[in-house]
Design a protein around this ligand. Structure first.
Ligand code: UDP
Length: 385
């Protein structure tokens, strides 16, 4: 039976790649990769990191698209594709517009949906917007809920989703991370190769990447909730960190969204210890995460990956649907207030004991076998077991 795996953005590609590979090994199921192209360039870059290309690409992204535009295009085009190709099931991952609109299209086509990374909740329907609503709306549609942790499963059960359909598998991002890290170790990647590929200047690479004793912070940011004043404040916090710590560098692969790029380029574009680069391929980004001192990020995936690499994360949000990393101590919510970003960074840079306490290697999000479990659950379902 064909299992249609749908991806639209970078994190979906990274988190679905292990599922694709696990299904490739199945004797009874066959993966078919469908791209909506919701975020064109970063999606393709992430797929390329796994040497994956979509079997079918709807290429739906349009300049200046609104959520309503992309939702309606995904519903009608994915529906058309599903009605023609009739896969046995559709798998979606996470909480993007692609996920919600695809689930509804599959429902209309009478094809069962499996939701990978199900049950994450902030319990505030407006935050993050629109992701919390997307993930909530998938829940009543999905037939299989692949929850990363026991608390995420408990959220679904509390919403009266049938317990027999809710499975704790771990998060597939840990599978992806460990797989890529294994490849990096085998290939003994050189710092200068990574620097050249991701566009890091020789000066920054010489001062930070080539020196094992140097300290530098890896930064990412993209969330809508920080568009506008949030990113401006975050940049002010970063400037204060580099001003008060003259040995510390910042490496920041800047998201392609203009709402992120404009303030970041304007405020951080002209400092010799702040290196702004284009989004990095996943393999290079994992290499960088493995070597940075710590991360400052609003990314969901980064919060889930960092514990496996022993890297603390300061999360530039007021809320998170991923409390497990906070409880484990690796992640801490710092919002976008410049004073708070400075104070929390300063603490990690000055206090070695605090740093060590927050760089534990126990990952609450999984053990690297999530995709394998998803494959087994699907195989059992299609055998009627
Ligand atoms: N990532 C990447 N290149 C980068 C920045 C991030 O490959 O330059 C990876 C990161 O390791 C994580 C994912 O992209 O797995 C996170 O994507 P994003 O922050 O866009 O989305 P979120 O995780 O918040 O859904």
């Amino acid at each position: 039976s064909n299992i249609c795996i749908v991806v639209g953005t970078r994190p979906e590609a990274i988190k679905m790649a292990p599922v694709y590979f696990a299904l490739q090994k199945s004797e009874s199921l066959r993966p078919v990769l469908l791209s909506t192209g919701q975020h064109r360039e970063m999606l393709d870059q992430a797929l390329a990191s796994f040497s994956l290309a979509p079997d079918h690409d709807l290429n739906l992204m349009q300049p200046g698209q609104t959520l309503a535009d992309i939702t309606s295009r995904v519903i009608s085009r994915v529906h058309e594709y599903l009605v023609e190709s009739r896969p046995a099931a559709v798998l979606v991952q996470g909480d993007t517009t692609t996920v919600f609109a695809t689930s509804l299209a599959a429902f209309y086509a009478g094809i069962p949906v499996g939701h990978v990374e199900a049950g994450l909740r902030t319990h505030n329907p407006l935050n993050p917007w629109p992701e919390e609503m997307n993930r909530r709306l998938v829940a009543p549609i999905a037939q299989w809920h692949f929850c990363p942790t026991p608390p995420s499963r408990a959220h679904l059960v509390a919403e009266r989703i049938d317990e027999a359909k809710c499975f704790v598998t771990g998060n597939t991002v840990v599978d992806a991370l460990l797989w890529i890290r294994g490849k990096l170790q085998d290939a003994a990647i050189d710092a200068s190769d990574v620097a050249r590929r991701v566009g890091i200047s020789e000066a920054f690479a010489g001062q930070f990447l080539d020196d094992d004793d140097s300290r530098w912070i890896l930064v990412t940011g993209h969330r809508r909730e920080s568009h506008g004043p949030g990113f401006v404040k975050m940049c002010e916090g970063i400037l204060r960190v580099v001003t008060e710590h003259p040995d510390v560098g910042i490496l920041f692969p800047v998201h392609l969204n203009p709402r992120v790029r404009e303030p970041v380029m304007q405020l951080l574009g002209d400092h010799d210890r702040i290196e702004l680069i284009e989004p990095a391929g996943y393999q290079d980004f994992v290499w960088l995460m493995d070597r940075c001192t710590f991360l400052l990020s609003d990314s969901g995936g980064v919060q889930e990956e960092a514990p496996s690499l022993g890297k603390p994360v300061l999360v530039t949000r007021e809320t998170t649907e991923r409390p497990e990393g906070i409880v484990a101590g690796t992640c801490r919510l710092v919002g976008t207030d410049p004073d708070r970003i400075f104070a929390e960074s300063d603490l990690l840079l000055r206090d070695a004991g605090e740093f060590t306490r927050r760089s534990g290697l126990e990952n609450p999000y999984g053990d690297g076998f999530a995709a394998e479990q998803i494959r087994q659950i699907l195989e059992r379902s299609f055998r009627g077991g």
